[in-house]
Design a protein around this ligand. Structure first.
Ligand SMILES: *Cc1c(COP(=O)(O)O)cnc(C)c1O
Length: 433
């Protein structure tokens, strides 16, 4: 499979190049040149397949031409060593729980897949050290750091905004050591993302070291996220609830929802999508006005969605032929203030007993407000509520239990490199590595 750049100025790339480079030379995002529809029989029988079997079929459509079946199967099966169950919250609203992986957030799926695929390519080529740069608003850093921890030949630099990730999230990438370096940037998430993007296009730096990205701009991270949308459909179909299937995705950088849109293009019967935003409403505004106007991100209690210039907008735009009406036909939007998010967490708990994290709460609310007669919706519970314990406890006036997996991270000592938001400083640091 060949990959082209959304900016149209970079040469066509192989899968290997797209994965190893991350971002195209022209700063565009790689897109697969074809999206292969899956056969009708697959969907007819999908409820009888396991998560791993479903995922392998989806993976085969994107990666099957470049990775031998046996290797791809192993990569998929190792990646999905945990379940993603659809849990009933109300009669018409289900939660797709994506927090059963090692770092308790959905990004485990893409990060684990990418780590394994990159390792496969490095082994095959006998290539030298690869350096993964990743900007995080919280959960990406932990998922990527843990996905790559101890992997030979790969060093990971996690850039995170100082004081803007939760203490538990911070522990998940600052205490690991080994091949993981945490970089604490004096700025916001967008500054971290800008440092990473600038690093990829800096000639001198790229001659000094081999760099790649593990943000959702990397095709190996974002495409595997499609797996669980197919699996969610299978679960809902089994319950007889998939006829008017609506999927609601709490969105920040738009990698997650973008993979769902690819799924639809492959034939996944989703009636429509809702992108739920916090107060960072650039996409919501785009839907209303047809104008994409990035702005500085604002800090919210759903911090993993504090993105003012979502990278994957370029992919969504490209997928729909740059056509605003076509985008609006498939996707609607919602935006919520911190007060509304807090109110929703309280309300869901009181009415159903279910505890949402601040991101999932945006998804729940958008379904509650947006579902039409006859529709059944699934929102993505993108992280475990205990990852945002301070916030959730304050809102619910309780003390939610921290799962053992999460507690284990909090025992280590924090280590990170302080950094300004100036690219020159970051470059100097990397040049000395
Ligand atoms: C990353 C993240 C999001 C946003 O996902 P995007 O793919 O960036 O849109 C939402 N919720 C949580 C918990 C996250 O970690």
């Amino acid at each position: 499979m060949q990959f082209y750049s959304t900016n149209g100025q970079a040469p066509i790339a192989t899968l290997e190049k797209a994965v190893v480079k991350g971002l195209a030379e022209d700063k565009g995002l790689y897109m697969p040149e074809r999206i292969k529809p899956l056969p009708k029989e697959f969907f007819d029988n999908i409820e009888n397949l396991s998560f791993q079997e479903i995922a392998y079929k989806v993976a085969d459509a994107f990666f099957g031409e470049d990775v031998p079946a046996e290797d791809l199967k192993r990569i998929v099966y190792d990646t999905l060593a945990f379940d993603c169950p659809c849990v009933k919250v109300t009669d018409t609203i289900y939660s797709l729980e994506l927090f059963h992986g090692p770092t308790l957030a959905f990004k485990d799926v893409g990060a684990r897949f990418m780590a394994r695929l990159l390792q496969y390519f490095l082994k095959k080529e006998g290539a030298g050290q690869v350096n993964v740069l990743v900007a995080t608003s919280g959960d990406t850093g932990s998922a990527v750091a843990n996905g790559f921890l101890g992997v030979d030949g790969i060093h990971v630099y996690v850039l995170y905004p100082k004081g803007k990730v939760s203490p538990i999230q911070e522990c998940q990438f600052t205490t690991l050591g080994q091949n993981i370096t945490a970089v604490e940037v004096d700025g916001v998430f967008d500054d971290c993302q800008a440092l990473v993007k600038n690093a990829f296009i800096d000639k001198e730096l790229n001659e000094h070291m081999q760099l790649t990205s593990a943000n959702s701009i990397n095709v190996a991270r974002f495409l595997p996220q499609a797996f669980y949308y197919f699996y969610a459909y299978a679960q809902m179909k089994k319950k007889g609830l998939a006829n008017q299937f609506v999927v609601c995705v709490p969105s920040g950088n738009f990698g997650n929802i973008c993979s769902a849109l690819f799924g639809k293009r492959m034939g996944l019967p989703v009636k429509r999508f809702i992108a739920a935003n916090n107060a960072n409403d650039v996409f919501f505004k785009y839907l209303q006005t047809g104008k994409y106007e990035p702005k500085a991100s604002v800090q919210t209690i759903a911090n993993a969605m504090d993105v003012g210039d979502p990278s994957n907008f370029a992919r969504v735009y490209e997928l729909y032929g740059k056509n605003h009406n076509a985008i609006c036909a498939d996707i609607s939007g919602a935006t919520y203030t911190d007060e509304q998010i807090a109110e929703t967490i309280k309300e869901v708990k009181a009415e159903t007993g279910y505890v949402c994290d601040p991101h999932g709460a945006c998804g729940y609310r958008a379904l509650k407000e947006g579902l039409k007669e006859g529709e059944v919706g699934v929102f993505l519970e993108t992280a475990h509520p205990a990852k945002f314990k301070d916030t959730v406890d304050r809102i619910l006036g309780g003390d939610i239990e921290i799962p053992a997996k999460l507690q284990a991270f909090m025992k280590g000592t924090k280590q990170s490199v302080p950094m300004s938001k100036d690219f020159a400083d970051f470059k100097q640091f990397l040049m000395a590595e």
